[in-house]
Unconditional design. Structure first.
Length: 421
């Protein structure tokens, strides 16, 4: 009888072991996806913001690894993993719009869809197509000139690939890495990386020669930290500040020692809480670094986002950000700014209300509005603002004749120009 029991037990173990192995393998794949994501989040800003082709290729390779791991998880679990959400649909719609903008169309269909595009082609393209010597009989690798909604299909293709990467990363994270523990780990890693970037940026700002990255490589732009463009530094660090703020707010909801709701407004109680104290110190350092990046737009975005999040927190949770935490962060920012030289910061912030801050951007925005009316539905194509804007400079100042604006410095206006309404 005992032998029969042992045999039945072995049969039962054998039948249950494959699902157990699949579950363990699926868990390992999720861990691997999270590790790859955290590596991409941490390393991408240090490589000049991953804007150069070689670093961009490594970033896209990381996205490909994420997709492979997600596909492997679906094969192991034998089911399609997809959670419904409107955000990936919007991102997919933008990508499909980019594909449509670079798709060759007949002249009649193009004239019906976008008469402004046909008029623009008539003004810019020569009557006889240009050909290189000895290549008249060779097939063209791109679409025929004047046949696409995009005025520059190559630039639109590049932006469409970036939109596809954003869509794929969001899909991987939303369908695999949205547990509370995973979000806490992401917040901690982003907070640490933001602090390291801030320390590096401030050290380089005060010790390196102007327009030099890593104390060695000269560049053309106004750098801050590892970013060639100083305005890109707050783009990344502001997100780290947001995740760190969420980490601070979540302390009272976690099962670890934290501040109670009654104690939350006491600065003294925060000083006795190591986790809250360290997070407030990190947030103060990052806010100071954003201020010293001299990016007026980045600082205004930070202040606006903080005010909006505080208002939403008050409406949804019935309370706003802890007063004690806010006072501590503001105190750290003021102390660091005074130490680093508040005069430099004050001079930069003083230009917010001056004509200098708007003397080039407001004329640029006004010149861009007619582009929206000429290309109302489908736009000029993603990535084409820098090519179409100079053709609308009839009344531009003489000093702007040699200036090239790659972007409108207004994301809402730029998406209307390039993507239509």
């Amino acid at each position: 009888m005992s032998g029969k029991r042992r045999a039945a037990s072995r049969v039962k173990e054998g039948s249950s072991s494959p699902p157990a192995r699949r579950s363990s393998l699926a868990a390992f794949l999720v861990i691997a996806m999270e590790a790859v994501l955290l590596i991409l989040v941490c390393l991408s800003p240090w490589t000049y913001g991953a804007v150069h082709p070689g670093f961009a290729f490594l970033l896209y390779s990381g996205v490909a690894v994420l997709l492979a791991l997600w596909a492997a998880r679906m094969l192991v679990e034998r089911q399609v993993i997809w959670r419904k959400s409107a955000v990936p649909l919007c991102l997919a719609g933008l990508f499909l719009l980019g594909i449509g903008q670079q798709t060759p169309l007949s002249h009649s269909l193009l004239a019906w869809l976008s008469p402004g595009t046909v008029r623009c082609y008539g003004q810019l393209l020569p009557e006889q197509p240009e050909t290189l010597l000895g290549s008249a009989d060779e097939p063209s690798a791109g679409p025929p000139p004047g046949s696409t909604l995009s005025l520059y299909p190559g630039a639109t293709r590049r932006e469409a690939v970036r939109l596809l990467a954003v869509f794929l990363v969001f899909a991987v994270v939303y369908n695999n890495l949205t547990s509370k523990e995973a979000l806490i780990r992401l917040s901690v890693i982003a907070l640490i990386n933001g602090v390291l970037l801030s320390l590096f940026a401030l050290a380089q700002f005060f010790s390196a020669p102007p327009k030099t990255v890593y104390w060695t490589f000269p560049v053309m732009g106004n750098v801050f930290g590892p970013f060639i463009n100083r305005n890109h530094f707050p783009d990344y660090v502001n997100m780290c500040i947001g995740l760190g703020t969420g980490l601070l707010v979540s302390l009272e909801r976690r099962g670890r020692p934290s501040l109670s709701a009654e104690e939350g407004h006491s600065l003294l109680q925060i000083l006795h809480n190591p986790r809250a104290l360290w997070i407030c110190t990190a947030l103060g350092l990052m806010v100071s670094a954003v201020a010293f990046s001299r990016s007026r737009g980045g600082l205004l975005a930070l202040v606006g986002a903080a005010g909006l999040c505080g208002l939403l927190g008050q409406l949804r949770l019935g309370r706003s950000f802890r007063l004690g935490s806010l006072l501590l962060i503001v105190g750290i920012v003021l102390a660091l700014s005074t130490w680093f030289g508040i005069g430099l910061l004050r001079d930069r912030l003083a230009t917010l209300g001056s004509e200098e801050a708007y003397e080039s951007r407001i004329p640029l925005w006004l010149r861009s509005l007619p582009i929206v009316t000429d290309f109302p539905l489908w736009g000029t194509g993603f990535g084409t603002f820098g090519y179409i804007e100079p053709t609308y400079r009839e009344d531009a100042a003489a000093k702007e004749a040699s200036v090239l604006y790659d972007h409108a410095h207004n994301d809402y206006l730029e998406i209307l120009v390039e993507g239509g309404a």
